[in-house]
Ligand binder design. Sequence first.
Ligand code: ZN
Length: 232
Amino acid sequence: MSCFHSISLDCPHCLKSEVGFTFVAAAPRKPGVKTDMPFQATYEAGAEFNTFWRCNVCGDGIVIIAKAKNKWTDSPSATKTFEDVFEKQQVYPKHYEPAVPKDTPLDIAELFIKGQEYLKTNDFEACALKLRRVIDLYVDKNKNKGEDVKAVINRLVADGEVAPCIAKWAFDIKYLESQTLHGFRDINPEEAQDFVTFTELFLTCIYTIPEMLKKRIKRPEQTSAEPGASRL
Ligand SMILES: [Zn+2]
C-alpha cells in the first residue's frame, strides 16, 4: 500500500494521537458527479472530494473533505502523499472535546472529563468509577460535620437545591459503581452513557444554574440602589 493511502491524525474515537488512518473510499462532493478518486480519475485543480478513512487502531471511520491542489491526470504515485495532492478542508467528526457544564470547579471538571474519555474508549467500569468520584468530591466539599453522602444529598433535596430525581440518580451511580467494584456485575455501555448524561445534569444543577441565577438576581438590586433611575 502506498503512502498515498495512509494519513496520520488524532482519532476522535479511540482518542489516540497521531494515529494512522487507511484510505477506504472517496466520492466527489458535487452531487451527481462520478469520479473514482484517487485511482484512475482525472480532475481539475480545486475539485473537492469526500474521502473516508479508517483508524488503524480502533477501526472506526472519519470523513475528510479534500480539495485537489493541482490538475490531476495520473494514478497516484507511491512517492506522493495524500497531503501532497490534496488540501484537507474539514475532518468529521471533529476531534473529541468533552463538554463540562459552566462554573464546574476544575478538580471536579477533570474527573468528569476523564469519565467521558473512558466512555469513549469503552472502559465502562473506569468511567463509572470516575463519575462516582465526581459525586464523592462534591459531597466532601459540601458536607457538614458527621454527614455521609446520603445525608448531604438528602439535605440538598430538602433545601430545594437538587430535584429528588437527581438525588435518586446520584444514589444509583454510587450503588452500581460499588456493585462493579465488588465484582457483582459489569456496567454496560448504555448505563455508562446514562451516567455521563446524568453527571452532566447533576453538575448543571449544582453549579451552572445557581451561578446563572446569582447573576440574574444581582441585576435588579444594582438598579434599585438608585431610586428613579431603574427605568429608562
Ligand atoms: Zn481510533
